[in-house]
Design a protein around this ligand. Structure first.
Ligand SMILES: [Fe+2]
Ligand SMILES: [Fe+2]
Length: 280
């Protein structure tokens, strides 16, 4: 069902009324996502305006994740070495992590964040196999469950209890969310991505990632499979109602992507875990 964005604060869905504002620097980075031709200088200027964000980006740029031989000393250099899209992806990851930190005290909500990261990495790998832009897929994966992260932030204990109950006995989590919040996390994600004026593909991913892809293998399909694979390699946010093994998920991919995608579940799980660790 298409989600209509209501523009005024008064019309914000009640479930999202108490959501703290997204950090200003993250909003600026999100704005840059809508522009294809962001120059290195513009991106550097936005990021350097926030010294804590700059420092974290440099720490990640100098981590084993990238393995540069010499030290990356400033954001301009990081952008030159990694590319503007990669720096945007890291900046958004760091900003979201900072925004959600309080939720991480609750293990079930930390698991939701790790699921988002795992989905982002797997969407990126899948985009490589599909010859699509990998940073774009990473960001779409990172944002796909933004509605879930928001619901978890607004009512942390209630949402964690809902996830715990689903762990005991698999349920339709979207249905449960609708009962608790009057909206599910796809609807919440649709509302937020539109309110943040993100490019349309991110809105579509947040809205439709739980629907079985049909037709063209696009960014929504990539993130749908990235999310299922994250579940299959042990990074689920909630126990799936119908769990699938990695091999089962891979079997449903189009031939080209399936053949190009590495498929050893243990190796994949280890690699995803290592990448997540390097961001924590
Ligand atoms: Fe989801
Ligand atoms: Fe997901």
């Amino acid at each position: 069902m298409p989600v209509t964005l209501q523009r005024t604060h008064a019309q914000r869905p009640w479930a999202l009324i108490d959501l703290p504002p997204f950090p200003a620097v993250a909003m600026r980075v999100l704005k840059l996502l809508s522009k294809d031709d962001v120059g290195m200088k513009e991106l550097t200027r936005e990021i350097q305006a926030d010294p804590a964000l700059s420092l974290e980006i440099l720490t990640i740029a100098n981590s084993a994740l990238f393995g540069f031989r010499s030290e990356v000393r400033n954001i301009l250099q990081a952008t030159a070495l990694m590319g503007a899209e990669r720096v945007k992806a890291i900046a958004l990851t760091v900003a979201m992590k900072g925004y959600l930190t309080k939720s991480f005290q609750i293990p079930a909500l930390l698991a939701c964040w790790r699921h988002s990261l795992a989905s982002a990495f797997l969407a990126e790998d899948l985009a490589k196999a599909a010859l699509m832009e990998k940073e774009f897929a990473y960001i779409a994966g990172l944002l796909h469950d933004v509605g879930r992260l928001a619901l978890g932030m607004i009512k942390p204990m209630e949402y964690a209890n809902l996830l715990a109950a689903a762990d005991e006995k698999p349920v339709d989590i979207l249905e449960q969310e609708r009962e608790l919040f009057g909206m599910d996390h796809c609807h919440a994600g649709a509302w937020l991505t539109q309110a943040w004026k993100l490019p349309k593909p991110f809105v579509e991913v947040a809205t439709h990632h739980h629907e079985k892809p049909s037709g063209k293998f696009d960014i929504v399909s990539i993130v749908h499979y990235g999310c299922l694979m994250a579940d299959a390699v042990g990074f689920e946010a909630v126990r799936p109602q119908e769990p699938h093994s990695l091999q089962e998920v891979l079997r449903t991919l189009p031939d080209r992507e399936r053949l190009r995608f590495r498929s050893d579940p243990e190796q994949l799980a280890t690699q995803v875990a290592m990448r997540i660790n390097s961001l924590e």
